[in-house]
Ligand binder design. Sequence first.
Ligand code: SF4
Ligand code: SF4
Length: 267
Amino acid sequence: MDNIAKNINQLIADGSVDIFIGYVKGNDNRAKAAFFNISDKVDNAIFDASCTQNLAVYLHKHEIKSFAKIGIFANYSTLRAIIQLANENQIKAEKYIIQTMNKDSQIITFANLTEVESYVQANRPAPAAAMIQKLDSLSKMDRDERWEFWSKELASCIKCYACRSACPMCYCSQCTTDCNQPQWIGVPAHGQGNFEWHIMRAMHLAGRCVACGECQRVCPMEIPLGLLNARLNIDIATNFGETAGMTLGADYALSSYKVDDKEHFIR
Ligand code: SF4
Ligand code: SF4
């Protein structure tokens, strides 16, 4: 897309950014992340329906953080992750030039995070019908059936941690699962250890997950991780009125306490 390349080239040439994170064509008609700081690479830049990766995952990497001025071409989920990362004090808005492309193929440059917030609120896509259907069928199962469902799904996890690497909201310098003094989570990929890993991860992301679907997309074992995240996101939204990455300055439900917090859903 010529206008995207022209736009990025311009930002690099006039010194507005030191590095620009965008997309180029990858294998199998999928886009992949690209890091532009030399103008002659930019001609390959694209932005279309294949650009599903959540690029916000790079914003908290030290290799990127070391740049003073960073540009990013963000899809919808990336914009939500940027808001959530700002709410969690992981990024400083003034370092970034944040852009997206609207439905009319116009490039939008956000002046500040308040504009990003307005955009995500005005353009929220409807939830995928297949996801709603699956969540519905899971909610109709009794506890034993759900246990069986998840035991079967999680049994195939090989603990490659690709889901963690792809997640824009997994940024701890040392993940609980890598801690071995004490060893909170067993290292081998076996039934109990897999449950421990996935319950720990799901709880850490409850109400923080921006529903980008990256964890599920990258899983080599095709485990439906999105169902776990979506279930917990629904519980947080229903019980605490919060949806990650939609409101600037929002509190994180699980780190704040009110005496009248509901508890009836804990069972
Ligand atoms: S990407 Fe899939 S297989 Fe790898 S750790 Fe995550 S759930 Fe397990
Ligand atoms: S948990 Fe999965 S869906 Fe949620 S923000 Fe992380 S990668 Fe995206």
